[in-house]
Design a protein around this ligand. Structure first.
Ligand code: NAD
Length: 294
């Protein structure tokens, strides 16, 4: 029977470690790590995500400041807020909640954030650093996926890892992280041919397609480790909505380990945002790397 990788437990442990780092940071610098969260409009899902992130910061003593702007905000208006946050030494991290309202180009907006404050790790400078294996702020979801994998895989060298999905926020960065650990990585997407044959040869499968229960039992070889990033709301047999991942989990009992949905990758994403905020704060203060997760 495949073991479940408990994302809630691992995220809780990471959050405790980051909370200890916050205490050390305050002692060393006399300031608190501070995250600015920018939310445009009132998309209900975005409001929930932002509220969760702000609450998580509060719980461990990271100062979080919410900047709510109307959905009609122009690119110029958003740039001027980002510029102000970039130049404010009291702000260590900046997060612009996606998706942005229609008419605003996310990549132009994200490129405006100071890469040192880019706690989402989406800036091209951080992506470039990740690609070259140098010190980057790594996007939270792939960073969390790696930590989940590390909880069950002790030697990544030479393992075949198949990543399903090539998005900039999950598929590409997790592929780079796996490559950095010396896996042989195959990146696949919706036009990939013979996907089941490709995944069947993998020891590690990370699926981030947003396609409910795409990965069937006969796509996965025995003892593979599977990280299911996808999260979709579908109608259950009783007509009630339920959350499902990109894997038909009940068919994957022959895998070695798999992340559940919910309770797998999701909790890690928020915990990694906290970790990235403290990391960004530390780098900006050029503190000696004596903190536990520096
Ligand atoms: P995206 O839509 O940007 O990218 C999806 C990728 O999957 C694309 O590269 C596409 O080619 C590929 N794909 C789609 N259908 C496919 C198929 N049938 N076969 C093979 N490849 C296919 O999505 P994203 O932002 O990378 O997110 C992917 C999923 O992960 C979504 O369900 C999203 O909600 C979830 N997600 C979860 C978290 C979390 O914290 N738990 C964070 C980010 C994304």
């Amino acid at each position: 029977m495949a073991s479940l990788i408990d994302g809630k437990k691992i995220a809780k442990r990471l959050t405790h470690e980051v909370a200890a780092d916050v205490i050390d940071f305050v002692e060393q610098t006399g300031t608190r790590p501070t995250l600015a969260v920018v939310l445009l409009g009132d998309d209900p899902a975005s409001c929930v995500y932002v509220a969760r992130k702000l609450a998580a910061c509060r719980e461990i003593g990271i100062t979080s400041v919410e900047h709510r702007l109307p959905s009609t905000t122009s690119q110029f208006g958003l740039f001027s807020l980002i510029d102000q946050l970039n130049s404010d030494p009291a702000v260590h991290g900046i997060l612009v909640q996606l998706p942005l309202p229609h008419g605003l180009d996310p990549s132009t907006i994200l490129d405006r954030i100071d890469p040192r404050k880019d706690v989402d790790g989406f800036h091209p400078v951080n992506f470039g650093r990740l690609s070259s294996g140098t010190d980057a702020l790594v996007p939270c979801t792939p960073l969390g996926c790696m930590m989940l994998l590390e909880s069950v895989v002790h030697n990544f060298k030479g393992l075949h890892a198949v990543v399903i999905g090539k998005s900039n926020i999950v598929g590409k960065p997790i592929s780079l992280l796996l490559l950095e650990r010396a896996c042989t990585v195959t990146i696949t997407h919706k036009l990939t041919r013979n996907l089941p044959d490709i995944t069947r040869s993998a020891e590690i499968v990370v699926v981030a397609a947003g396609h409910p229960e795409l990965v069937k039992g006969n796509w996965i070889k025995a003892n593979a480790v599977v990280v299911d990033v996808g999260i979709s709301r579908v109608s259950g047999p009783d007509g009630r909505p339920r959350l499902v991942g990109d894997c038909a989990r009940q068919e994957l009992s022959h895998a070695r380990a798999i992340t559940p949905v919910p309770g797998g990758v999701g909790p890690m994403t928020v915990a990694c945002l906290l970790a990235n905020t403290v990391r960004a704060a530390l780098k900006q203060h050029r503190a000696q790397p004596t903190l536990r997760r520096a």
